[in-house]
Design a protein around this ligand. Structure first.
Ligand SMILES: Nc1ncnc2c1ncn2[C@@H]1O[C@H](COP(=O)(O)OP(=O)(O)OP(=O)(O)O)[C@@H](O)[C@H]1O
Ligand SMILES: [Mg+2]
Length: 259
C-alpha cells in the first residue's frame, strides 16, 4: 500500500469506477494529474468500457503522463494531459494558426482539451494514411486512449537508447515517414527526434500533439527543424542526405531549405 492518503484516495475512486488497478501498480502520481476533471473523464471512459484496467505510469513528460491500461485483454496506452501544469503558452502557439481549431476559447482548460483532440486527430490522419503511429482509439477531454506499443506492459525503447546495426535503413524509414506524413496525411510532425521514435518490430513515431497542417504559418520552419534533428542524430551513425534535398523531396519546393 502507498502511505500517501491522496494517492490512496485516487486508487479507491478509480476502483469505484469499475477500473481494475493491476496488481502491484499503485497509481503513484501527483494529485495534479488525476484532478477532478480527469477523474470524471476516466469515469466516462470506464463507463463506456473503453478502459477496464489501469496499470503503472510509463512516463511523466512536460505536458502529459502516460499510463499502461487495458480494455479487456487489449493493451492500451493512455496519455493524460495535465490541466494545471500544462505549458499553456507553448500549446497556444501550435493551436492558434491551425484552421481546424480556429473557433476554440482560450482558457487553459479549453486549450488543453483542444490539444488532446488535436493529437487524436493528427494520429488518426497519420494512421489512416498507413503510417507507423499508434492507432488512436478514443479521447475524452484531456485523455487520449491509443494502441500500446510495447510488450509485457513495457513500452518499446526510444530510438535514442537503442544501437541498431541497420541505422541506414532506419534513417531512410524516418525520411519516408516525414515525406508520407506531409504528402499523404498533410502534416508536419514538428517535434520529431530520437525521443519520439519507438523501436519495436519496426519503428513507430509517437507524440503528435504539436503536428500542424502545411498551411500553418510555421509549418515549413517546423519541417526544416525536424529534418535537421533527424540528420543530427543519424549523422553519428550513417551517411546522411543533404537537408535541402530532403526538404525539396518532401514539399516539392525547389531548394528552399531556410524559412
Ligand atoms: N502508444 C504508446 N505505447 C507505448 N508507450 C507509449 C505510447 N505513447 C507514449 N508512450 C511512452 O510514453 C513516453 C512519452 O510519450 P510522448 O512522447 O507521447 O509524451 P511526452 O513526450 O511526455 O509529451 P509532452 O512532452 O508533449 O508532454 C514515450 O517515450 C513512451 O515511452
Ligand atoms: Mg515525447
Amino acid at each position: 500500500m502507498s502511505g500517501n492518503s491522496i494517492e490512496d484516495g485516487f486508487d479507491r475512486k478509480i476502483a469505484e469506477m469499475g477500473i481494475r488497478i493491476k496488481d502491484g501498480n499503485q497509481l503513484k502520481v501527483r494529485d495534479d494529474v488525476l484532478d477532478e476533471i480527469t477523474l470524471l473523464s476516466l469515469h466516462r471512459l470506464a463507463h463506456k468500457k473503453w478502459i477496464t484496467a489501469i496499470g503503472g505510469s510509463i512516463s511523466t513528460g512536460k505536458e502529459a503522463n502516460v499510463f499502461f491500461a487495458e480494455r479487456e485483454s487489449q493493451d492500451l496506452a493512455i496519455k493524460i494531459y495535465r490541466i494545471r501544469t500544462a505549458n499553456f503558452n507553448a500549446m497556444s502557439e501550435y493551436i492558434v494558426g491551425d484552421r481546424r481549431f480556429s473557433g476554440i476559447r482560450k482558457t487553459r482548460k479549453d486549450i488543453v482539451f483542444a490539444w488532446t483532440r488535436k493529437e487524436f486527430s493528427n494520429l488518426t490522419r497519420a494512421y489512416e494514411a498507413g503510417l507507423p503511429v499508434p492507432k488512436p482509439l478514443v479521447w475524452d477531454r484531456n485523455i487520449l486512449v491509443m494502441e500500446f506499443l510495447g510488450c509485457d506492459e513495457r513500452p518499446f525503447p526510444q530510438l535514442r537508447s537503442v544501437h541498431p546495426e541497420n541505422a541506414e535503413e532506419i534513417y531512410h524509414g524516418v525520411l519516408a515517414f516525414i515525406r508520407d506524413l506531409y504528402q499523404k496525411a498533410g502534416l508536419v510532425h514538428a517535434d520529431l527526434s530520437e525521443y519520439n521514435i519507438l523501436m519495436g518490430d519496426r519503428m513507430y513515431v509517437i507524440d503528435m500533439g504539436q503536428a500542424v497542417t502545411p498551411d500553418h504559418p510555421r509549418a515549413l520552419h517546423f519541417l526544416v527543424r525536424d529534418i535537421g534533428n533527424v540528420n543530427r542524430f543519424f549523422s553519428q551513425k550513417c551517411q546522411v542526405r543533404e537537408e535541402r534535398e530532403i526538404f525539396t523531396e518532401v514539399t516539392g519546393i525547389p531548394q528552399k531549405a531556410k524559412t
